[in-house]
Design a protein around this ligand. Structure first.
Ligand SMILES: [Fe+2]
Length: 269
């Protein structure tokens, strides 16, 4: 199985950069599945249904998310609960009979009778959201799906620290094909396969303006850094060049073992 995985696609302009380049990237890598992170799809503040459907139209099979998933909740919730939703949310919110969190936290997608399970987790270190233990949660999910006979499993771990995702990859080594980090936005140089057969990259990177402050033009946001004042809304700026980063993986169909991982980082002028 060949898999193309992207990090966050950030706001309107960067959705357009993504859409202008995805056909070429798909032709180059010819993936069976394409996955991206959608938590910043709408102006960096969560996704809305319309923009999720745009990504679906651009051949993205599934969108993971993270701490911004609820930013536009009123324009999204009904979509997340739909059977055909391509958007999942972090798995490890606390749920009980008192409150059900909307949306799915994993999804099995299928092509040619082969199944890919995608799980979304969120860290409990340095994130504002008060999450249930992601290690225990992923273990519970994997045990609950043991009869599903999925061919491959990948995990988007939305997190802050190096230690936590390396511990997670050790925890999941030989149980899942790929553990990758999102949320810190800068692609890292540690793509590798662990001693079992699980691939890792600490951060998969993001589709965004190369010299920006996450996505904001420096000239518009510099006063936050020079004075400490946070004022008003920063409009998204089209400041070229753009950067598209991601990872291409090859995974054995029968064993789920990752055989190769290759990160890519393209500057689009
Ligand atoms: Fe995030």
């Amino acid at each position: 199985m060949k898999l193309l995985v992207f990090g966050d696609v950030y706001g309107r302009v960067w959705r357009e950069v993504f859409s202008a380049n995805i056909a070429r990237l798909k032709e180059k890598y010819n993936p069976d599945f394409t996955i991206a992170n959608g938590e910043n799809l709408t102006s960096g503040r969560g996704p809305i249904e319309k923009h999720v459907l745009e990504m679906k139209a651009w051949w993205v099979d599934l969108l993971t998310s993270g701490n911004h998933i609820w930013d536009n909740e009123n324009r999204l919730n009904w979509y997340m609960d739909r059977e055909d939703s391509i958007l999942i949310r972090p798995a490890n919110y606390y749920e009980s009979d008192f409150f059900k969190v909307p949306g799915s936290w994993y999804k099995i997608i299928e092509k040619n009778w082969l199944k890919l399970l995608v799980i979304n987790l969120m860290s409990w270190v340095f994130m504002k959201d008060d999450m249930y233990n992601p290690f225990l949660k992923v273990d519970e999910i994997l045990k609950s799906l043991v009869n599903e006979k999925v061919n491959w499993i990948i995990v988007d771990f939305h997190r802050e620290t190096t230690a936590e995702i390396y511990a997670m990859t050790n925890f999941l080594d030989s149980r899942v094909s790929f553990v990758y980090g999102t949320h810190t936005h800068i692609q890292t140089n540690d793509d590798m396969i662990f001693p079992g057969w699980t691939a890792i990259i600490w951060d998969i990177g993001m589709t965004w303006p190369l010299y920006s402050i996450i996505w904001a033009n420096y000239e518009l946001i510099k006063n936050r850094f020079l004075t400490g004042m946070i004022r008003g809304k920063i409009d998204q700026e089209l400041n070229w060049p753009a950067l598209i980063t991601g990872v291409y993986l090859e995974i054995d169909d029968n064993t789920g073992k990752t055989t190769s991982i290759e990160k890519f980082r393209e500057i689009i002028k």
